[in-house]
Design a protein around this ligand. Structure first.
Ligand code: P6P
Length: 317
């Protein structure tokens, strides 16, 4: 990872990309960044303005909906509609895709990923995935841009590597990290090990292997789990390691949603030299059949994810 000295702004960065649609893509990314600023400002004040807590309803995922989930969803939707360049929206907070124009990009997003952390001042972020429209169900390989913003950093790929942009005191997102590369192997694993009894044997054997003492292979790995994909992925992107939300007994597809969690993170991981799979299939190749399709997710350093896949396949000792 290179901390960059070239203070290119997010807008200039996107417009300078080799893409033929660079200018329209820059408008959409800029509007997402502005929505991110608005959400970050509201998050900072949430406890003071009664924006914490739940609405008392559950979303299509069957999850308790936080007040900020719904509010942030409206902010992102309005920002994208304002561009006039987006045809369809897929959001964690909306049961069905929302068609907003006959032509334009398809944007999948999770307005506040990790919202279970909101009331405990934890890290949350907005995950987005931009595809050519108007089909709301496309493979991850169709993504033209993906990113997330844990608080005031936007991590973005346009298919030409991964860069990060930090909000400066002038309210602009300026590149702070260029050409981010995920280490081939890390030293931490990130999983909700409270679910150990639900995992398939191969995953249990893999996690047990990571916990063994063997200094020659850098084990045991450290355990890090925030419970917010943007936070756990951001650490994995910068430091290496592996994040897992595997299939579970009674939940064969795991928990994470393909369209606006697994696929955008997989795009970023692969662009940074990492790897992302269900344990058996490359995330980027999966064509969704429904807007909120869930998939198991193993993502992170290429060597760590490959070894986890070997354990699942029964090839590793
Ligand atoms: P659990 C948040 O709801 C999320 O989708 C991801 O951000 C996070 O990694 C995961 O679910 C946490 O799930 O079951 O460990 O609370």
């Amino acid at each position: 990872m290179k901390m960059t000295s070239s203070p290119i702004t997010l807008d200039a960065y996107v417009r300078a990309s080799r893409r033929s649609d660079a200018d329209s893509l820059a408008v959409v990314v800029d509007h997402l960044a502005e929505a991110g600023k608005t959400i970050a400002q509201q998050l900072a004040q949430a406890a003071l303005i009664g924006q914490l807590g739940t609405t008392g309803t559950t979303n299509v995922q069957g999850e308790s909906v936080k007040k900020l989930d719904l509010w942030a969803n409206e902010v992102v939707m309005a920002a994208l509609e304002e561009t006039g360049l987006v045809s369809v929206l897929v959001s964690e907070e909306m049961d069905e895709p929302r068609r907003v124009a006959p032509a334009g990009y398809a944007v999948c997003f999770d307005p506040v990923d990790g919202s279970s952390n909101l009331d405990v001042n934890g890290i949350v972020g907005t995950i987005f995935s931009i595809r050519p429209g108007p089909d709301p169900l496309q493979r991850g390989t169709n993504q033209v841009a993906a990113g997330y913003g844990p608080s005031t950093v936007i991590v973005l790929t346009l298919g030409e590597g991964v860069d990060a942009f930090t909000l400066d005191d002038g309210g602009r997102f300026v590149r702070s990290h260029s050409c981010l590369r995920m280490p081939a192997r890390g030293r931490t694993f990130s999983v909700n090990d409270g679910h150990t009894a639900k995992w398939e044997p191969g995953i249990r054997r893999y996690i047990d292997w990571l916990r063994e003492i063997d200094s020659a292979s850098g084990r045991p790995y450290g355990a890090r789990y925030v419970g917010s994909l943007v936070a756990d992925f951001h650490r994995t992107l910068l430091e290496g390691g592996v994040y897992l939300y595997p299939a579970e007994m009674g939940r064969a597809s795991g928990k994470l949603r393909l369209q606006y969690e697994a696929a955008p993170m997989a795009f970023l991981a692969e662009q940074a030299g990492g790897r992302a799979s269900t344990g058996r299939e490359r995330i980027m190749n999966i064509r969704p059949t429904t807007p909120h399709q869930r998939v198991p997710l193993l993502i992170g350093s290429a060597e760590d994810v490959s070894l986890a896949e070997s354990y699942i396949a029964g090839r590793a000792a």
